[in-house]
Design a protein around this ligand. Structure first.
Ligand code: MRU
Length: 374
């Protein structure tokens, strides 16, 4: 994606060749700040504090975290410890475990002195594969948007509702849910996006709106509770969201509030699509209820951060001092509410047979662990 005319990814190798660079997403949309990750702990902290977030980018950052760890100590014990440190940062997005498994497979049978280079190579491949996958998701999703556009009056935009940020910032480039949107916009289709603000951390208002704006895609930020009203009034043609984990039977875990959008979409016969790259599919879990749901700090709900009229960034408390707060970060949308999964191998039905048919090599693989020994 281009930021102020400059081609960028969300993660890159710094000029020194021994560290990775990221955009600090906690500073957006008001400040564009980059951060250098030089150690395993830097990478783990970036994921934990959500300087990087979004399932694919979490996975890729963890992959580079293993590389950074291997530069310091490439022993089995050190790399096992690095993997468990990274695995513990955020429990819900399966891309994290997927990436760690890939990294372990890449270094496990090599002599110690070769491990840093092997880790660097595999992390780079993981980053590149993410972009390739997202481009394919964009092409498949574009067909859905084109079909809807064909039924519209001339000049009428296709209205897409999305939740959270499953965009460029959540991946290495292009995004998953946004890839079809960018593909349609770049092809000259009239497209307009409703971006849910996505409390408590406001990834929709802060991040999705920011990146759509930079790409010139017409969009409107809406409070989280507006989607149902828009759907009742035929103001949404389709919903496209991302996924932190899709189970073997097609249940979709994504940012808290996704389920409510799916219910509203179902009640109003609005197509509800999930952009699901294969590293987000967990063939080891069938029932979405078995997915670990991250619970985050109460302070994320109790406060809100924004820019004051004189340009300062401030955080203010919005709930009474004594009120308890709950902060479940994700929810599960049952497969029956999903119109289709937009994968890199095409748009498929959210069920076990379709997933296994599209990804036979993943569906048949025995459970893997990210242990070095074994
Ligand atoms: O808590 P976050 O910001 O990491 O949550 C992000 C989401 O829920 C995204 O929709 C999901 O990771 C898919 S990103 C392509």
């Amino acid at each position: 994606m281009k930021i102020d005319g400059r081609q960028m990814r969300t993660i890159w190798i710094e000029r020194d060749g021994v560290s990775a660079g990221i955009i600090d997403q906690t500073q957006l949309p008001h400040r564009f700040v980059t951060v250098r990750l030089a150690t395993l702990e830097d990478a783990a902290r970036a994921i934990r504090t959500m300087q990087v977030r979004g399932a694919p980018l979490i996975g890729t950052t963890a992959a580079y975290g293993v590389w950074l760890a291997s530069r310091a100590d490439a022993s089995d014990e050190a790399l096992e410890k690095a993997c468990s440190t990274l695995a513990a940062t955020r429990p819900t997005a399966i891309n994290l475990k997927w990436a760690l498994d890939e990294m372990v497979a890449a270094v496990r049978n090599r002599p110690r002195n070769e491990r840093p280079d092997a880790a660097f190579l595999r992390a780079g491949e993981i980053a590149d594969e993410d972009v390739t996958i997202n481009r394919a998701i964009g092409a498949h999703g574009l067909q859905i948007i084109e079909d809807i556009a064909a039924q519209k009056k001339k000049g009428e935009p296709v209205n897409v509702l999305t939740h959270c940020n499953a965009g460029w910032l959540a991946t290495v480039d292009l995004g998953t849910a946004t890839a079809p949107i960018y593909a349609a916009h770049d092809k000259g289709l009239q497209i307009h996006v409703f971006a849910d603000e996505t409390r408590p951390r406001n990834q929709g208002a802060a991040l999705t709106a920011w990146e759509l704006g930079h790409h010139g895609v017409p969009h409107t930020v809406i409070p989280d509770n507006t989607g149902g009203h828009l759907m009742q009034h035929k103001m949404v043609d389709l919903v496209i969201v991302g996924a932190d984990r899709v189970t073997a039977q097609g249940d979709v875990c994504n940012k808290i509030g996704t389920y409510l959008k799916a219910l509203a979409a179902y009640d109003n016969a609005v197509p509800f699509y999930v952009a699901a790259p294969s590293p987000s599919i967990d063939f080891e879990i069938a029932d979405g209820a078995d997915i670990p749901i991250e619970q985050r700090a109460a302070q994320e709900v109790a406060t809100i951060t924004g820019k004051t009229s004189d340009g300062r960034i401030e955080t203010v408390q919005i709930v009474p001092d004594e009120s308890p707060v709950a902060n479940f970060a994700f929810d599960v949308t049952p497969a029956r509410l999903v119109t289709g999964l937009i994968t890199e191998r095409g748009v498929i039905t959210a069920n076990r047979a379709a997933l296994a048919q599209a990804f036979p090599e993943r569906a048949e693989v025995r459970p893997k662990s990210n242990r070095m020994v074994g």
